[in-house]
Design a binder for this molecule. Structure first.
Ligand SMILES: C[S@@+](CC[C@H](N)C(=O)[O-])C[C@H]1O[C@@H](n2cnc3c(N)ncnc32)[C@H](O)[C@@H]1O
Length: 257
């Protein structure tokens, strides 16, 4: 899965979803002296934005990621940004190395789609959050992605391969709300933001159609005929400037009871 979210992927995707990132910062309810945890911090972009631009002077951010290389990249990026109220650590979200009731805000973006045990992570986040603290999760709604192919059944197969074979938890956007509700989180809110990509080359970098076609074939979801149809369809769309991909990003927010 590592090839799905290396530093260059994260930089590229940030160009397209930065407006959603900024919206997710706006809904954070800061107090002075906040300690914020960014779970699955990737290359550190959000942690640095929060630490530098958003947080009141006394606050600090801890970015945690399971990937050592990305944590090293985050440290370098924070150093380049001359950011001092920040720390990056390697760790697994399933077992957060913090005491109960420690953070006032926890944020995670596009992480739950990669988790084997999402409910365990959600409960871990609630454990280390202070009562009244805010849990903000941003997820891509992959099941609702649109590629605007003429043949909807082919589009469905492509999406199914992505959500069920490539991603560990590709339907995360459809299950997070139930976690908030079932675990009695208060002030639960959902906000939806569309993303449009109308250049095939970029869409392929972001969604990895090459990987999807390969996985679809290996798992007998896509036939050779489907793949030919995909190639013909996308060539037609590209040639006539008709290619469009849209997907929603959803921001979930709530407070620990
Ligand atoms: C798609 S990236 C998103 C990175 C960042 N949140 C962003 O929006 O730019 C998913 C991140 O989650 C991290 N991740 C996946 N499983 C994890 C786990 N169990 N514990 C901590 N981090 C995890 C990955 O290493 C990766 O950096």
């Amino acid at each position: 899965m590592k090839e799905l979210y290396n530093d260059s992927y994260l930089k590229k995707s940030t160009e397209f979803i930065n407006h959603v990132k900024q919206e997710s910062y706006k809904i954070l309810n800061f107090n002075n002296q906040d300690v914020i945890l960014e779970i699955g911090c990737g290359n550190g972009y959000d942690s640095i934005e929060l630490a530098k631009k958003v947080l009141p002077t006394k606050g600090r951010v801890i970015g945690l990621d399971v990937d050592l290389d990305l944590v090293e990249t985050s440290k370098k990026n924070a150093h380049t940004a001359a950011c001092t109220n920040i720390e990056f650590i390697v760790g697994d979200a399933e077992k957060l190395p913090f005491e109960d009731n420690y953070f006032s805000i926890i944020r995670a973006e596009r992480v739950f789609q990669h988790l084997k045990n999402p409910l365990i992570v959600f409960k871990e986040a609630l454990r280390v959050l202070k009562p009244g603290g805010q849990l903000v999760l941003v997820e891509t709604d992959w099941p609702g992605m649109n590629i605007y192919l003429k043949d909807f059944s082919l589009e469905e197969k492509i999406i199914h391969t992505l959500t069920h074979k490539l991603l560990v938890n590709g339907n995360a956007s459809r299950t997070l709300l139930s976690y908030y509700i079932d675990l009695n989180v208060s002030n639960v809110e959902m906000k939806v933001f569309p993303v449009l990509v109308n250049e095939y080359k970029i869409a392929n970098e972001l969604v990895k159609f090459d990987h999807i076609l390969e996985a679809g074939k290996t798992n007998n979801i896509l036939t050779e005929k489907d793949i030919d149809e995909w190639n013909n369809n996308t060539s037609f769309l590209i040639k006539h400037n008709l290619f469009n991909l849209t997907a929603n990003l959803i921001i979930f927010s709530g407070n620990k009871p």
